[in-house]
Every structure is written in C-alpha cells, then in structure tokens.
Write a protein that binds this ligand. Sequence first.
Ligand SMILES: [Fe+2]
Ligand SMILES: [Fe+2]
Length: 238
Amino acid sequence: MLRLSSVSKVYHVRPFSVLSSLKASTAPKGGNSHKGNGSHHVEVKCENMDEAQRAYLDRVIRVDQAGELGANYIYAGQIFILSEKHPNLKPILNHMWEQEIHHHNTFNTLQLKHRVRPSLITPFWKAGAFIMGSGTAFISPEAAMACTEAVETVIGGHYNEQLRCLNNQYDLKRTDGSEGQSDEVKSLMSVIKQFRDDELEHLDTAIAHDSRKAVPYILLTEGIKAVCRTAIWTAERY
Ligand SMILES: [Fe+2]
Ligand SMILES: [Fe+2]
C-alpha cells in the first residue's frame, strides 16, 4: 500500500505536473499580486500535493491508459475471430468494444493533458492483448467470455483500489486555508467510477453469455487473472 506523508509544505509545480492546469484555475484573476492598483493580493497557490501523491496520480493515469489500450485490443481480437462464425455475438462485443475505445480515448487525453509518460512496453500490451482476445475466442465463444469475466473482475477490483486511495489520501490543504480534494482529483475519480461500472457491466454480460461453461473454466480464468495482475504491476512502473 502506498504510504503518503502528511501535507505540510508548498512544492513547486513540475512542468508536467497534474497540478499545472489546477494552478491556472485557482490563481486569482489579474495575475501578479504586486502589479496594478497597489492593493496586495495573496495568490492562492495550488494544493500542496507531495511527491508521493503526484507520483501516484501519474501512475494511475499510466496504468489505466495501458489497461484500456489492452482492453481495446482484447475485444478487437475477439471480434476478429467471432464476428463471422457467431454473428449473434457481434452487437454485444461491439457494444463493449465501443465502451473500451471511449475509456482508452479518455485516458489518452488525460495522459497528454498531464504529460504522463506512457508505459514503455506499449507495443507488448497491444500484441499480448490481441493474442489473449483472439486466442480465447479461437477456443470457443464461452472461452472468450471467460476471458472477459476474468479481465473485468481484476480491472473492477483495480479501479476500486485506486478509488479508495484517491478518496483516503488526497485531502489537500490549500494556501487559502480551505481543505479537500482538488477538482482534478475529483474529476479523475468520477471518470474511474464510471469506467469501473462499465467494466462490471461487461463482467455481467460475459456471465450472461456462458463464460462459466468455458472449458477449462478455472484454468482459463485464474491464468488470465494472474496475467492481468502482473500486467497492472508492470504498467504502473514501466
Ligand atoms: Fe475499460
Ligand atoms: Fe471492459
């Protein structure tokens, strides 16, 4: 569990910090406090987020962008194999795929906005995810659904873990004396909550489409869960 130290001092904003735009939005209009009509304005600085908090936010965006990219490729692989042979599944898979594309685009935007470097092994995530999606679909439609069930179980838990950390560790003090989560943290949490709900809907869809009839169900789901946990651990760091 990430340990975050208490918030006690004001840090300079890094050029790529998640706080860059926040500073702009919280600074009083009129800019420099010593210019103009001679009255002395105290500039309200951005929340004094410490290095650990900043690093964790970067990590959240990096791993979630990589994860949504992977999800996108898993569904692409499933559709590639199943859409001709099992056209009845096509609208269901397309619906989930479209949601993954939206998730991925959202984290792409956040990654650019906050200047978070992408995972260093992004090509590997693409290839691995496509192979996982198409490989399980090649076994059977039920195996493809078991893959979805396993992936979404891990991702749902992963998003919940991030929400707990953001909820518990980002009670920030501002230089004007107010306290609470920054707008950016709140906004990120609402994105993660929405996506968590979408992933859990995908999980329900997979179960409704016979994921538990896959053979070999336990081997497939436990194997894929282990792969996903390893991928999350890796994408957070590299
Ligand atoms: Fe997703
Ligand atoms: Fe999903």
